[in-house]
Design a protein around this ligand. Sequence first.
Ligand code: SF4
Ligand code: SF4
Length: 186
Amino acid sequence: MGHTMNSARSFLFKKRRWIQGLIGLGVFAGASYFGINLWLVVGVGAVTGIVFGKVFCRWACPIGFIMEIITGLGGPDSAFQGMYQYHKIGCPIAWISGALNKVSAFKLRVDESTCLTCGLCDKACYLSTLEPARFSLFKRNKERPGDAFACSRCMACVTACPNGSLTYGLGKPRRTLPAAEPVQPE
Ligand code: SF4
Ligand code: SF4
C-alpha cells in the first residue's frame, strides 16, 4: 500500500508541468469565461498554503505555467530563475502561501538514516543552486529551502533523490544521526 502510494506520488511529481498546465487552463477558463470571482481563486490558492505550502504557483497558476516554460529552459541555475520569481511580486496568492511554507502541514522531510549525502536534491533545487551558502535540503548547518518563502513545491528535489530519502508529507523528518557538528563559517 505504502509502495503504491509512493509510486503514485512520484508519478505525479514527474508529470507536474502537465498537471499545472491543465489546472492552469481550468483556472484561466473559470476566471475569464465563467465569471468565477478572482478573489475566490485568490482565497482558495492562499488557503491551500495552510495544508500544502506554496503549491498554487507551480501546480495550478496559468501565468506561472507560462513563466516556467520560458525560464525552465535555462535549468535550475539559470539567471532566468530570478525572472521567474519577479513575476510573482504583485501576486497575493504567492505572498500568503509563501509565508505559510514554514508552518504548512505537509513538508519536505529528509530521512537522515538513509540519506546518501549525494547532494542531488540540492543540485535540482533552484534555491539551493542560487544560494548554496544559505540553503541545503540535507546539510544540518543550512536553512531548509522547503521552509523558505520562495519554495513553490516544485518537487524537483524529491524527484531527484535516488533512494526516497527525501519525501513530502505529514509529520516531522526522521533524525537518527548524532548531533550536528558546530556550524563552520563558509
Ligand atoms: S520543492 Fe524542493 S526543489 Fe522545489 S523549490 Fe522547494 S525545496 Fe527546492
Ligand atoms: S538526494 Fe536524497 S540521498 Fe541524496 S542528499 Fe538529497 S536527500 Fe540525501
